[in-house]
Design a protein around this ligand. Structure first.
Ligand SMILES: [Zn+2]
Length: 322
C-alpha cells in the first residue's frame, strides 16, 4: 500500500492524506461522512495494510507501565512476574514490530489483554495474542460486536463475526478489577461514548489511566454512531475523565501522544464548544451543507483538524447527534 492513484480531495480528506497519516498511528481511523468513501477502498482496509510498515515506538511511563505507539490505537503495557498485560492489541500487520518492542521491555510472555473497545484498530490482534496464551477481558458490548456481523456506516465497512480465538474470554458490564504483577487494575465502563463498548483502564498505584478512544489527544475524534457512540456521550466521558484525574495523572489516549489532565480539559472544552455551536445552527433549521458553510469550527481547525478528521468531517459527526 505504497502508492495511491487518486488523491482527489473529497470533503477535505484525500486518500493520500490517509496513507501518510496512517503511518503516524496507523489506525486513527478516519471516519468521515459515508459518501466520502463511496466507490473507494474503506479506510479500514487502508489502515490494516499500512500497519505492515508502521514503526513502533516505546515509551516508559511509570511503575512498570509503558506505551507502544504505531499499530492502531495506543497499546498500554504492564510488565511483571505474572506476565505482561496489554491494553489493546494493535493490528497484526505490525506483529513483528510489536513483538520486538515487547521483548525489549522484558522476557515475560503476554498473559493478559484488555480491549478498550471493539474497534478493529484495538482488537485485530486479539486472535494472535490469544494464541500466545493471553486471556482477553472486555466489556460485554465488545464481545457482542466482535461476535456478530457489524457494519460501521461511516467507514463503509462490514466486519464479519470474528473467529472464536479473537473473542474476549472474560467480559463485564460495569466494573472489573484485575490483580496481577503486584498491583491492581481497575476497568470501568464509560456508558456509550465513542462507541457503546468503551472502558477506562486505571493503574492506581502508578496513577496512569488509559482512556480508550474517549480522548484523541490534540485531534478531532471519530464518533461511531453505528455502534452507539454520540457527541453527547463523548462529552460525558470527557467530563468523567477530567473528574477522575489529577495534575499528577498520566493519560494514555486511544490516539495521539500521551498526555495529562490539561489535555483532557482542552479536549472536553473543544467538544462542548463545537457541539454548542453546531446545535445552535441546526436548531435554526440549517442543513448539514449550510452548517458546514457557516464554518463553526474555523478557529479550531488549525489545531484540531490536522489529522484524519478535519473540521468539515467533525461537523458532520457532531451534526448527527444534536
Ligand atoms: Zn475507536
Amino acid at each position: 500500500m505504497k502508492t495511491m492513484n487518486s488523491s482527489k480531495e473529497t470533503h477535505g480528506i484525500s486518500r493520500r492524506h490517509f496513507i501518510t497519516t496512517a503511518g503516524l498511528a496507523t489506525a486513527a481511523i478516519c471516519l468521515a461522512p459515508r459518501r466520502l468513501f463511496a466507490g473507494t477502498v474503506s479506510p479500514v482496509t487502508t489502515i490494516r495494510e499500512a500497519a505492515a510498515t508502521a514503526k513502533i515506538t516505546i515509551t516508559k511511563l511509570r511503575g512498570n507501565v509503558s506505551v507502544l505507539e504505531g499499530s492502531g490505537g495506543n497499546i498500554g503495557v504492564l510488565a511483571g512476574r505474572d506476565g505482561k498485560l496489554l491494553v489493546d492489541a494493535g493490528i497484526p500487520g505490525t506483529r513483528k514490530g510489536i513483538t520486538e518492542a515487547l521483548t525489549s521491555i522484558g522476557p515475560e510472555p503476554v498473559r493478559h489483554l484488555v480491549n478498550s473497545h471493539w474497534h478493529f484498530d484495538h482488537t485485530d490482534g486479539n486472535e494472535w495474542l490469544y494464541s500466545e496464551g493471553a486471556e482477553i477481558t472486555a466489556h460485554v458490548n465488545t464481545r457482542k460486536h466482535l461476535s456478530e456481523e457489524t457494519r460501521v456506516a461511516d467507514w463503509q465497512f462490514t466486519f464479519p463475526p470474528a473467529p472464536a480465538g479473537a473473542l474476549p474470554t472474560r467480559e463485564f458490564t460495569d466494573e472489573y478489577k484485575l490483580h496481577l504483577n503486584g498491583t491492581t487494575l481497575a476497568l470501568k465502563y464509560y456508558l456509550p461514548a465513542h462507541t457503546d463498548s468503551d472502558i477506562s483502564v486505571e493503574f492506581p498505584d502508578a496513577d496512569i489511566i488509559h482512556v480508550a478512544d474517549t480522548l484523541w489527544n490534540g485531534y478531532y475524534p471519530f464518533i461511531d454512531y453505528s455502534t452507539g457512540g454520540s457527541i453527547n456521550g463523548s462529552i460525558r466521558a470527557a467530563e468523567d475523565n477530567v473528574i477522575r484525574t489529577t495534575s499528577n495523572t498520566i493519560v494514555i489516549p486511544g490516539h495521539g501522544p500521551v498526555g495529562d489532565r490539561s489535555d483532557l480539559i482542552k479536549f472536553r472544552d473543544m467538544l462542548v464548544e463545537i457541539r454548542d455551536r453546531v446545535s445552535v445552527l441546526k436548531k435554526k433549521g440549517m442543513s448539514l451543507a449550510e452548517v458546514v458553510a457557516a464554518k463553526p469550527t474555523a478557529d479550531y481547525d488549525a489545531k484540531w483538524g490536522t489529522w484524519v478528521i478535519d473540521g468539515k468531517t467533525f461537523i458532520w459527526l457532531v451534526y448527527q447527534g444534536v
